[in-house]
Design a protein around this ligand. Structure first.
Ligand code: ADP
Ligand code: MG
Ligand code: MG
Length: 493
């Protein structure tokens, strides 16, 4: 593996003309095949301007054994998070830790409790759908075998499954067209090392399976989306596959729209949107406080949660994706409660790095010492999603001290930095412009799980493809839309 990860020969060096041809081919394939995102200049969802998604010129190398391991673990993580979501006592304890320091998480949990009280603990719909994405970085140190380490597990609005399939197709097309040239290193680019990525169809299958389980003909899947979503085409691909493979129609609506046009039948608990019966609610919004623009948007979420539509995710499942939950799972005793099999537990733990709380516990005290002595080894994370919220390395002590008071520290987790290889090279093409550099790739693995939260029976559980996002090594985070990262595909080595 290290031979290619560190190889001077990969990716192959291209002439200026070869690079220019490759960039044109990549851009046109993307524009014609829907590997697109709404233009940064677009101000609303009716704006027609779209651009190709930032994409790497070459697929980035990824060790095959570790890739297979990540994919193989997905059904185990799916089951783990389904179990966590069903354990309201456990989640309630977590919320106590965050009470008074994280308003958004507290509000989500308050809504959960309110719904629980209204339904008397018997929700109108026992089935829950999870479309999860577990994210990993390669961890390569001088002392241990290369491994994959989990960055986080997303239980709501896990994105890029639609476009990711296209990215792999694009790289496969470029190779087939002979556009990668013949320079040293091009021999690594073989069809069998560039897997097809089934993420778009796989996630659509998750929605389709849930729709079938709901069992009402002509009911719809409601995509809850942000009003100014730029990544709408990623979501569209799921809609198209859902229609093609399952004959299921989806309708897009914002929380504001649902506040206005969504109806909950007080007797049957059916959810209707503009008069149409909703079987599944799929959230691609609602994961960030900014999405809740008014009390009416919270009411909309409540209406959906109270309904018998299958939620992807339910409030409890959404909450289970909190970084605080990830931190608590580091404790073997806690993990063992959910994963009793020591072997399986070991496989999950092999992907963990240390994560510490910033509370008054012994671990919290240890975290305080670490922040003073070696902040360069850590990242500080609040309970937020969507990128751009973390504080890195030496900035941590100053950031924490600037908070109003120390009780607020409890809202954060302190995570050991994963150490991905630093000398992998690639180029990112954004708005038609090619920029070369050292890159870091983050592998995401999608998983679908449908379960009964009353009987805890898992009805469906499958891995659903993957995502590779690549950023320049000198940027801390790789937000694709934010302007740093790009979509990529794997070259298995
Ligand atoms: P979000 O939910 O906002 O995506 P993440 O936990 O995924 O939050 O962090 C955002 C980014 O920060 C990741 O994509 C990764 O690039 C970087 N990052 C997060 N945790 C680590 C870590 N432990 N080691 C190295 N990089 C990390
Ligand atoms: Mg996240
Ligand atoms: Mg992330």
């Amino acid at each position: 593996m290290s031979t290619i990860l560190n190889a001077a020969t990969y990716p192959p060096t291209l002439t200026e003309e070869e690079t220019a041809n490759l960039a044109i081919a990549l851009r046109d394939w993307s524009l014609s095949q829907g590997l697109v995102i709404r233009a940064p200049t677009a101000t609303n969802a009716a704006d027609e301007a779209s651009v190709h998604v930032p994409l790497t010129l070459h697929p980035s190398p990824f060790p095959k054994d570790l890739f297979d391991r990540a994919l193989g673990l997905q059904t185990v993580f799916n089951e783990l998070y389904a179990k966590i979501a069903d354990d309201s006592e456990f989640l309630n304890d977590i919320t106590k830790e965050l009470a008074g320091v994280d308003d958004f998480m507290s509000d989500l949990w308050k809504l959960y409790l309110e719904v629980d009280e209204i339904t008397g603990g018997v929700p109108a719909q026992a089935l829950t759908l999870g479309l999860f994405r577990s994210d990993y970085l390669l961890h390569i140190t001088s002392t241990a075998e290369p491994s994959i380490r989990q960055v986080e597990l997303n239980t709501i609005s896990a994105s890029f499954g639609g476009l990711s399939s296209r990215a792999a197709d694009c790289h496969r097309f470029l190779r087939k067209s002979g556009l990668y040239g013949t320079a040293a290193g091009s021999e690594f680019l073989k069809d069998e090392n560039m897997p097809v990525n089934p993420s778009a169809r796989g996630l659509a299958r998750g929605l389709g399976v849930a729709h079938n389980a709901y069992g009402v003909k002509d009911s719809i899947v409601l995509f809850v989306v942000q009003q100014r979503e730029r990544n709408a085409f990623d979501q569209r691909w799921l809609e198209y596959h859902l229609l093609e493979d399952f004959g299921v129609v989806s309708v897009r609506a914002s929380l504001e729209d649902i506040a206005e046009f969504g109806e909950l039948d007080s007797i049957t608990k059916e959810l209707r949107y503009n008069g149409r019966h909703v079987a599944v609610v799929y959230y691609r919004a609602g994961y960030t406080p900014a999405d809740y623009t008014s009390p009416a948007t919270w009411e909309a979420r409540k209406k959906m949660e109270l309904s018998k539509a299958i939620k992807c995710p339910s409030l409890a499942t959404h909450f289970s994706g909190a970084k605080k939950v990830q931190q608590v799972l580091i404790d073997e005793l806690v993990l063992a409660k959910f994963v009793p099999d020591a072997d399986v537990r070991g496989q999950l733990q092999a992907t963990f790095v240390d994560i510490l709380p910033l509370d008054d516990s012994e671990l919290g005290k240890k975290a305080r010492t670490l922040i003073e002595t070696c902040p360069e080894k850590y990242v500080l994370k609040p309970q937020r999603e969507g990128g751009g919220n973390n504080v890195y390395r030496e900035k941590i002590p100053g950031y924490l001290k600037a908070l109003k008071d120390e009780t607020l520290w409890r809202g954060y987790i302190l995570m050991e930095l994963i150490e991905p290889p630093q000398d992998v090279r690639n180029a990112i093409i954004r708005a038609g412009k090619v920029t070369e550099g050292n890159v870091i790739s983050e592998l995401g693995v999608f998983g679908c799980v449908l379960w009964d939260s009353k009987t805890h029976e898992i009805k469906q559980n499958f891995e659903a493809g993957w995502l590779l996002r690549t950023k320049f090594a000198d940027s801390e985070e790789g937000g694709v839309a934010a302007g740093f990262g790009s979509i990529d595909s794997v070259l298995l080595i």
